[in-house]
Design a protein around this ligand. Structure first.
Ligand code: NAD
Length: 486
C-alpha cells in the first residue's frame, strides 16, 4: 500500500508464523455508509490462533534476541512509513469504518504519534540496583532489576478507532520486547492488516507479530483462553470485558471499556466555549467514541443559553458521505447499532423527553440529537449510548450532580467548565473518573497520559508509557557473595 488506491487488498487475509495466510473462509468488510464491499479477510479459527500463539511464543522465548536499539529503530521507521502512507491509510480507515475522511486523517496522524512515542519508551526499559543495605538480612548481597517482556500479548481492539487503538497496543508491546497477536474488530480489520504490513516493512521481525481477523467468540475467546498468552490487552465494551475476565481467569489483563461522558457547566462558565466543546465531543465519529459527551449538567441560570447554542451548532453540522471533506458526521457502524440508538431515544421520548433536534434515522445514519427533560433511569442517561445523542439537564446543587455522576456505573473521563479555580478543583477532586478536564469536555486525550477509568470503565491504564509498564515486568538478579574472610 504505497499510494492511495480506490480499494486496497491486503497481501493476505491473516498473518502469522512469519507469513501471510489466505484462509478458505473469509469475512466480508462492508462500508457502513452504503454496504459496498471494501475487502475480504480471513475468518480465522481457534486452530489458527493456537498456531499463531505458539509461533509468537517460540520467537519470544527461543528466537534470536531483538535488542532494544533495533526495536526503537524499527518503530521510528514504522512512524515514518505511516507518514508516507497517511493518505492511503486514511482512505481505508474511512471506508471500512465510520469516520469522515478529515477525521480519519487525524486518526492516522495520532497513530504516528503513538508509534513514535512507543519508540521513545526504549529509554524507560531500565531498572535499578536493589537497596540490600536497608536491612541486616541484606548483608553480602547485591543485585538489580531490569524490565523484561511479559511474553505474548494478545491485543483485542474495537471498531471505532481502528488504527490508533491497534497502535496503542502493538507498539508498546513491541518496544517492551514482547510478541503480539492482534485480533482486530470484525468490522475494521483491513487497516490492522495494513498496519501489520507496514510494521514488517519497517523491520519488525516477522515471527513476533500476528494478526488474525475473525469473530470475537472464536478468535477472541481462543486467544484469551490460550495458555501461552501472557497478557490480554482489550479495548471494547463492558459486556465483552466481563466475558474476557471470565475466560482469562488469573491471566494479566488490561481493559479499556466504555463511558458515559459527563460535563458539568458551573454558573460562571464561558457558555459559548462550553457549547462548542459539547457539540464537538458529542458528535465526533457520530458519538462512537468511549469519551463521547453524553450528559451535560448545567447550572439552571445558564440552561437556556447553553441549550440554544448547542442546538444551533448541532444543526450546522454536515451529515453526509464520509468521502466528502465537508462532512462532520458519518454513519454508525451498522444498521443494528443505528436502530438501537433510535430505540433508546424513542424510549426516552415516551418517558417525557423532548427532542430539540435530530432523532431521525436513515439506514445506518442517525442525525445528531439533543434531548432535554429526559426521565431518570432512561438508557440514554445510564448506559453508554455510543451514538450521536446528548442530554442536557439543569442543576441547582453541585453536590447533587457529584452524587449522580458518582452513582453511574461508568467513570472514564469528565469535563467541568468554570472560571473559578477552587470550584473546578473541588468538582474535579470529587468525581470518581479517570480524568477531569477543566474548561474542556472529557473528550480529550494525549497518547502519553495514563488513560483509563474508574468503576466499569476499565481495569488498569493504557497510554504509551503506562502500557509499556503493564507489558513488562521487573526481573531481579541478585548475588549472595561469600563473606570477606575475617
Ligand atoms: P466489542 O466489545 O463488541 O468488541 C471489541 C473487540 O472484542 C472486537 O474485536 C470483538 O470481536 C472482540 N470480542 C467480542 N467478544 C469477545 C470474546 N468473547 N472474547 C474476546 N474478544 C471478544 O466493542 P465494539 O463494539 O467493537 O467497540 C465499542 C466499545 O468499545 C464501546 O463500549 C466503547 O466505549 C469501547 N471503547 C473503549 C475505549 C477506551 O479506551 N476506554 C476506546 C474505544 C472503544
Amino acid at each position: 500500500m504505497s499510494s492511495q488506491p480506490s480499494t486496497w487488498t491486503p497481501a493476505g487475509g491473516a498473518f502469522w508464523a512469519g507469513r501471510w495466510h489466505h484462509p478458505d473462509t473469509t469475512l466480508e468488510v462492508l462500508d457502513p455508509e452504503d454496504g459496498q464491499l471494501v475487502g475480504r479477510v480471513g475468518d480465522c479459527t481457534a486452530a489458527d490462533v493456537d498456531e499463531a500463539v505458539r509461533a509468537v511464543a517460540q520467537a519470544v522465548l527461543a528466537g534470536p534476541a531483538w535488542p532494544i536499539w533495533q526495536r526503537r529503530e524499527a518503530l521510528h521507521r514504522a512512524a515514518s512509513l505511516l507518514v508516507e502512507r497517511e493518505a492511503a491509510f486514511a482512505e481505508l480507515l474511512s471506508r471500512e469504518g465510520c469516520k469522515p475522511i478529515r477525521d480519519a486523517l487525524r486518526e492516522v496522524q495520532r497513530a504516528v504519534e503513538t508509534v513514535r512515542l512507543s519508540a521513545e519508551q526504549a529509554d524507560r526499559l531500565e531498572g535499578q540496583t536493589l537497596p540490600f543495605g536497608d536491612t541486616p538480612r541484606g548483608e553480602n548481597r547485591l543485585g538489580w532489576y531490569t524490565r523484561e517482556p511479559v511474553g505474548v500479548v494478545a491485543a483485542i481492539t474495537p471498531f471505532n478507532d481502528p488504527l490508533n487503538l491497534v497502535a496503542h497496543k502493538v507498539a508498546p508491546a513491541l518496544i517492551g520486547g514482547n510478541g503480539v497477536v492482534l485480533k482486530p474488530a470484525e468490522q475494521t480489520p483491513l487497516v490492522a492488516l495494513a498496519f501489520t504490513e507496514l510494521l514488517l516493512d519497517a523491520g519488525v521481525p516477522a515471527d513476533r507479530v500476528a494478526v488474525l481477523p475473525g469473530r470475537g467468540a472464536t478468535v477472541g475467546a481462543a486467544l484469551v483462553g490460550h495458555p501461552r498468552v501472557d497478557l490480554v490487552s482489550f479495548t471494547g465494551g463492558y459486556t465483552t470485558g466481563n466475558a474476557i475476565a471470565a475466560t482469562a481467569g488469573a491471566k494479566k489483563t488490561v481493559m479499556e471499556l466504555g463511558g458515559n461522558g459527563t460535563v458539568v457547566v458551573l454558573p460562571d462558565a464561558d457558555v459559548r466555549r462550553a457549547a462548542q466543546a459539547v457539540v464537538d465531543g458529542a458528535f465526533g465519529n457520530a458519538g462512537q467514541n468511549c469519551l463521547s459527551v453524553q450528559r451535560v449538567f448545567v447550572a439552571r441560570e445558564l440552561v437556556d443559553e447553553l441549550v440554544e447554542r448547542v442546538v444551533r451548532l448541532t444543526t450546522e453540522l454536515v451529515v453526509g458521505s464520509k468521502a466528502d471533506d465537508r462532512t462532520d458526521v458519518g454513519p454508525l457502524i451498522d444498521e443494528t447499532s443505528a436502530a438501537r440508538v433510535e430505540s433508546w431515544v424513542d424510549e426516552a421520548v415516551e418517558g417525557g423527553a423532548a427532542v430539540l433536534t435530530g432523532a431521525k434515522r436513515e439506514g445506518t445514519y442517525y442525525w445528531p440529537t439533543v434531548l432535554v427533560s429526559v426521565p431518570a433511569g432512561a438508557r440514554v442517561l445510564t448506559e453508554e449510548v455510543f451514538g450521536p445523542v446528548v442530554s442536557i439537564e439543569p442543576f441547582d446543587s453541585v453536590d447533587a450532580v457529584v452524587t449522580e455522576v458518582n452513582g453511574l456505573e461508568y467513570g472514564l473521563q469528565a469535563g467541568v467548565f468554570t472560571r473559578d479555580l477552587d470550584a473546578a478543583l473541588d468538582v474535579a477532586q470529587r468525581l470518581r473518573v479517570g480524568a477531569v478536564m477543566i474548561n474542556d469536555t472529557g473528550d480529550f486525550r494525549i497518547d502519553a497520559m495514563p488513560f483509563g477509568g474508574s468503576k466499569r470503565s476499565g481495569v488498569g491504564r493504557e497510554g504509551v508509557p503506562f502500557a509499556v509498564d503493564a507489558m513488562t515486568e521487573p526481573k531481579i538478579i541478585a548475588i549472595h557473595r561469600s563473606p570477606r574472610p575475617a
